[in-house]
Design a protein around this ligand. Sequence first.
Ligand code: PAF
Length: 283
Amino acid sequence: MSPSPLITRTVPALRRAVDNLRKRTATVALVPTMGALHDGHVSLVRLAKRRGSRVVVSIFVNPTQFAPSEDFGAYPRTWTADIAKLAAEGVDIVWHPGVEAMYPEGFATRIVPEGPALAGLEDRFRPHFFGGVATVVGKLFTQCRPDVAIFGEKDFQQLRVVTQLARDLDLGVKVIGSRTVRERDGLAMSSRNVYLSPEERQTATVLYRAMKDSAGRVRAGEAIRPAMARGAETIAAAGFALDYFEVRNAKTLAPVTSRNDGPLRILVAAKLGTTRLIDNVAV
Ligand code: PAF
């Protein structure tokens, strides 16, 4: 069995631990998480191990990326199970700051991302979100000083935002996207899936099927508008309240009108009862 990771809770302790790793190794990989770890996170850690010789996982439920009406208080926290999973994967360091270590009293600086953060997708429905993500990820990068950082493709717009952030602020971190891990029936793994009732859990698979169906139609040459309308109807008919179901340029997130505007990505966000799910697939 692998030894437990070293758990650090203050910036000086983290810095000492990362400096120690660096004495013995060239490449440090960071996997930023909010805990409630599932197999999707495990796959991020495994990719981190392939891309770095040492792995740091941060666990921090970041209050600044939740609106007051959202689920910050209810967000699942499964610390003991998380540490057991990270120990089994041979993670070196867990960075687990309290809110007061991340945002000490008097904290007054925020990163305001533009470009992909204003693509009119998540930002339209969660206007507070990418400011909170960019600020905390900027801090995680400067606190841990990793060589590479791994983010899931499931949060596709977030991946684009943090890639841009690392580039624009010369943070010296290579951001790497990792493929979405799915349940056997296609539902993308997410810490929020635990909110779904058994019936909602069954219905939730419609999202992936609808995206695959629309992607197949576009690939087969059907015009984008009817192909996407069909998917949106299927999702709404299953009982979801749809925020968006859109096809965008996968690199820039710009809207597209033809399949020649590619590479293309279909992105969806929809609420089932009180649970909001997001997902995306390549076309
Ligand atoms: O994707 C997440 O879990 C979070 O948005 C992140 C990147 C850890 C920032 O809090």
